[in-house]
Ligand binder design. Structure first.
Ligand SMILES: C[S@@+](CC[C@H](N)C(=O)[O-])C[C@H]1O[C@@H](n2cnc3c(N)ncnc32)[C@H](O)[C@@H]1O
Length: 322
């Protein structure tokens, strides 16, 4: 058991088995084994990105049917452990079968509703980096499906509001005419989130092939939980969920089966506790290569491309709509 000083609580121990009196639990093993030890209705938020079954090094390729059965067993256990005001958020992409895609949120949806959960949002997480496809458009978003156990769920909008586009806008008629029409705390961030994914030049990049950016999880932690609450990630990877929990004075627990990722997660959580973990800050504007004056923006074949463009345009002038 590790012991160190934390800015969150006086001393924080990193336990490897679950107990409600702990603050951080990192279980090195199968999430179902950890879930069995978690009491009913004790978790405020379950957030995860499960293995996608797309042949990453830690994934044994499964048929979609057995993949969904395995997911269902974990989802049902998470639903049992979820507090009445709690939320489950599942971040997924596509299952790819010989070039054909199955959007995983669509096939997981009935498992969640069958466990008595209700959907609140289907968040589109848009990012710029990923594989370049040649026989379909490259995938540049994944979804995060959010379910709650009841109608009476925790949702704190104020800590996650974002700046308005037109903060100076005023009501032009009615009893409030002339007053500012927006909330000075900012606006609802909406359900389309533009957050860079963790690829090679991201400050948070480790050896793990698909980690969450910390800022993505912070938004869930702040809006769906309160200080001291338990946040759980059954497929912990590099420990991002616990990092975001610790950062905002929540308790964090998770399971990870692969030893090298357990070590990575431990290291990152310790760095978070001691305040040395480097992360991309929430609300930092997305890098704009034009604004940054990046010279790679100028295509060396620019001249040729222009010619092609004008040829295209010339052709177009020949079209008629009749
Ligand atoms: C998509 S990654 C999650 C990455 C994580 N969101 C992060 O920020 O690093 C899924 C992780 O689940 C782990 N895993 C797969 N099956 C598991 C299981 N049954 N129990 C616990 N961990 C598992 C894999 O080793 C992998 O690290």
């Amino acid at each position: 058991m590790l012991c160190y000083h934390s800015h969150m609580f006086d001393t924080t121990e990193m336990a490897d088995t679950f107990s409600l009196s702990e603050h951080i639990v990192l279980f090195p093993g199968d999430c179902l084994d950890l879930l069995r030890t978690i009491p009913d209705e004790s978790l405020a938020l379950v957030i995860t990105s499960p293995p996608y079954n797309i042949g990453k090094e830690y994934e044994k390729r499964l048929k979609i049917e057995s993949y969904l059965e395995q997911q269902a067993a974990v989802i049902r256990e998470c639903a049992r452990c979820l507090s009445p005001r709690g939320s489950i958020c599942w971040q997924v992409g596509n299952y790819v079968d010989n070039g054909a895609i199955i959007p995983l949120d669509t096939v997981l949806y009935p498992i969640f509703t069958g466990s008595g959960l209700r959907m609140r949002n289907r968040i589109i997480w848009h990012f710029e980096h990923g594989l370049h496809c040649s026989r379909r458009f490259s995938g540049r978003y994944e979804t995060i499906i959010w379910f709650t156990k009841s109608e009476d769920y925790t949702f704190n909008l104020d800590p996650v509001r974002v700046p308005q586009k037109y903060p100076g806008k005023k009501y032009f008629k009615g009893p409030n005419a002339g007053k500012y029409s927006c909330n000075p705390l900012g606006k609802n961030p909406g359900d389309l989130w533009d957050i860079p994914n963790v690829k090679s030049n991201h400050v948070e990049k480790t050896d793990h092939p698909c980690q969450f950016p910390v800022e993505l999880i912070e938004r869930f932690v702040l809006s769906m939980t309160n200080e001291g609450d338990w946040i759980f990630d059954p497929f912990l990877g590099t420990g991002t969920t616990i990092v975001a929990a610790v950062r905002h004075k929540r308790r964090g627990a998770g399971a990870e089966m692969v030893e090298k990722y357990v070590h990575l997660a431990k290291r990152r959580i310790q760095e978070e506790v001691t305040g040395t973990l480097r992360t991309r800050p929430m609300y930092k504007p997305i890098y704009d290569p034009d604004e940054a004056g990046n010279s790679l923006r100028i295509a060396p074949w620019g001249q040729k491309q222009d010619e092609k463009q004008s040829r295209l345009l010339e052709k177009k002038t020949g079209y008629t709509t009749k």
